[in-house]
Design a binder for this molecule. Structure first.
Ligand code: GLP
Length: 252
């Protein structure tokens, strides 16, 4: 696991976008795993800029988002479908049928989970997975306690996540209580992973991800067992790490 500390959120966002762009340059038909939330917004802004400047071609890329709320239609302003359209998809040349987000309105959610997982595997698994992290250590919506062997599944949001995400919905009451998420096993099959974290709220989760025991109580700690993970964090999120010149390599 490698940890790289950016001086601030803008630098973090640029580095994240450069990592995605490098992946696409190296393999123009890459399969990307994408994240939502506040943290990757700067990365999407940078990717949009690169595309507008003619430096990024997504014509052959496929994308799979990590998660979606259950019960929110694609046009709901807080659905992850809508987030992806507004912040990324509509600004770049990614063909619509190559961009995938789980359907939280599917009549049979178990079938939808299986369909989504099979699509990822049929695409050859994810080449580069972008992750954020919850203050409670969740990745995707894999909350503390989720078994590491889970593939795409339906889950209940942790009360801490409902509280954290209320800022997007106006109030806690409006936040859906369930979601579909890629499982930890799905995420761990990715060939490369970058995890982005910004702000002091994430500092404890980052410390426990890097140095703590691997435990389902801190889902992101499983990343210690993945062979190719880079944590891109800003100084605030790295506050509890002992770093040497802004970089850290941890042999797990
Ligand atoms: C959300 C998403 C996660 C995201 C995390 C952190 O609930 N399901 O994929 O990484 O929580 O979000 P933020 O970046 O807004 O802090």
């Amino acid at each position: 696991m490698q940890v790289i500390v950016a001086k601030d959120y803008d630098e973090l966002s640029r580095w994240a976008a450069e990592a995605v762009a490098a992946q696409i340059l190296e393999k123009p038909d890459s399969v990307l795993g994408l994240a939502t939330g506040g943290t990757p917004l700067g990365m999407y802004r940078e990717l949009k800029r690169m595309h507008q400047e003619g430096k990024l071609d997504l014509a052959r890329v496929k994308t799979f988002n990590l998660d979606e709320y259950i019960g929110l239609p694609a046009d709901h302003p807080e659905s992850y479908h809508h987030y992806m359209q507004e912040n990324f998809f509509r600004h770049v040349n990614l063909p619509a049928d190559q961009a995938h987000v789980p359907d939280g309105t599917a009549g049979d959610l178990a079938v939808e989970c299986q369909r989504y997982e099979e699509m990822i595997q049929a695409a050859g698994s994810i080449d580069l997975q972008v992750l954020g992290i919850g203050a409670n250590g969740h990745i995707g919506f894999n909350e503390p306690g989720t078994e590491f062997g889970a593939v795409t599944h339906v889950l209940s949001l942790d009360p801490r996540t409902v509280k954290a995400n209320a800022r997007f919905f106006g109030s806690e009451d409006q936040v859906p209580r369930q979601a579909i998420s890629m499982g930890i096993k799905t995420i761990m099959k990715s060939r490369k992973i970058i995890l982005l974290a910004s702000g002091t709220d994430k500092a404890e989760a980052i410390m426990r991800t890097v140095t703590g025991p691997v435990t389902v109580d801190m889902p992101a700690s499983i990343l210690q067992l993945h062979p190719n993970v880079t944590l891109l964090v800003d100084k605030a999120a790295a506050a509890f790490l002992k770093l040497d010149g802004g970089q850290m390599s941890v042999n797990c």
